[in-house]
Structure formats: structure tokens, C-alpha cells
Ligand binder design. Sequence first.
Ligand code: ZN
Length: 138
Amino acid sequence: MTIPSPQPLAAIGSFHAHVYFDGPAQRETALALRAQIAERFAVTLGRVHEGLVGPHARAMYQVAFDVPLFGNFVPWLMLNRQGLTVLVHTNTRDERRDHLVHALWMGEILDIVGPEHLAADMEPERAPPPNTQPTVAP
Ligand code: ZN
């Protein structure tokens, strides 16, 4: 049996974290966490999706961030996600594998809806300019 050659880290253009919530109590927690993230990390916060947007199976918001931030931001989320389910995924050329294979789940593992609609060969998404202004240390 042979396994494929490892992919270089340079295949990763950026990361997303998706913070999911279900019901009013989790929504409140998720919004408080969102504010804490904005105070601490130079990331790009997406808007809060109360309804379902593919390929996500639960209400959520997205946090887009650049590769060098991973080592601080992801452990901080591990410590502070307050029981919320979080998906962290790479952004490579293969959006489908990013969500199905290159996925790091905290909490539950949720379904990825309609993976056939995700591109398997595209330009990797680079982190957009941050829209947050950290005011306190991580
Ligand atoms: Zn994403």
C-alpha cells in the first residue's frame, strides 16, 4: 500500500473558523465569543448567519484568518469556545477536501451539506484584510 506524498504547508492560503450555535442561549454565547475574538485577534469576522448557508448545517459565523495566526488563535479557541461547536478548515485549492478531510472539529462533528457543490480545484483563498482591531492581549 502506498500513501500519497505529503502536501506542503504552502498549499494552505489561509484558514476559516466557523463558530456554530443552536438556540438563543448558544447564540448569546457565540456573540459574546465573537466580541472577545474581535478584541484580541487581527482576523476578518464574517456576519452572523442566523439561517443556514451551505455547506454549513447550523447557524454560524465565519472567522477568516491568516496562516501565522493559527498557533495563537486556534489554542485560544480551544480554551474559550464555551462548549460551542467550531470547525477550523484550511483554504487550499480543494474546497471540498478542506471541509471534508482537512477539517479540525471542536465539539460535535456536523454534516457538511452538499459537498458536491464545493470546488475541487480553485485558487486558494488568501486571508482578507482584518476587520478587527485588537485592544487586549490574546
Ligand atoms: Zn469556511
